[in-house]
Design a protein around this ligand. Structure first.
Ligand SMILES: [Zn+2]
Length: 216
């Protein structure tokens, strides 16, 4: 999908940087979605600014900057306030109160739950339960604008949480055969953990070998 389409989307739906960036997930390797969304908004503002310098200010261009400002784009908010126009950001259409600001808090909860298992695990798998209304708003945008390059919000949340938890505990995540599995419900913040049967079996064998004096 062309970056120009991002303006069409933002005219209709205010999206935070994460939720806009995910729609263009295939563009700009090395950027995370937050950086990508921010870069797209910067680019759109520069395009509008260029047109204002060339053609003069029109209602169309002014409304586009307002749409960017409403999506929380600081440079657009500043641009307007220099013109004496105050626009406050509104909630992200997809994720609401920007759930991504809570990633660190959730990662801490997950790390604590895994620690409280009291076992030494070598890897973990992480999943999340995302409220249905968020998923259906996301789907409505990708359908309406025919976006095939989007990453799902669930995947972004799992990856961002996995990275953080992995850094806290020093244990890799999402291996093929993890020792433990953890699922967070992002609606309630509650965390469920499960020790995988294969881990229990391996521990049992190890203990068994030690008891019987084997393997020394
Ligand atoms: Zn969002």
């Amino acid at each position: 999908m062309s970056i120009e389409r991002a303006m069409d989307i933002l005219r209709k739906y205010p999206l935070c940087n994460h939720c806009l960036g995910r729609l263009f997930a295939r563009l700009g390797t090395g950027l995370d979605n937050e950086e990508r969304g921010r870069a797209i908004k910067d680019y759109l503002l520069m395009r509008i600014h260029e047109r204002i310098l060339n053609e003069g200010l029109s209602d169309e261009l002014l409304n586009d900057i307002k749409a960017l400002a409403m999506s929380g784009h600081e440079p657009s908010i500043k641009f307007l306030s220099n013109m004496g126009i105050n626009v406050s950001p509104v909630k992200c259409y997809v994720c609401g109160d920007n759930i991504f600001t809570r990633l660190n808090e959730w990662a801490d909860n997950i790390a604590n739950s895994l620690r409280s298992l009291g076992i030494e695990f070598r890897s973990f798998r992480l999943g999340s339960k995302v409220p249905l209304d968020i998923l259906s708003r996301e789907l409505s945008i990708t359908t309406e604008f025919n976006v095939s390059s989007a990453e799902s919000i669930k995947r972004e949340i799992n990856r961002e949480l996995g990275k953080r938890v992995s850094a806290i505990l020093g244990v890799p995540f999402n291996r093929e055969e993890p020792d433990v599995e953890v699922v967070i419900d992002i609606n309630t913040g509650s965390v469920e953990t499960q020790v995988m049967p294969i881990y229990i079996l391996a521990r049992y064998r190890k203990v068994h070998r030690l008891v019987n004096g084997e393997g020394r």
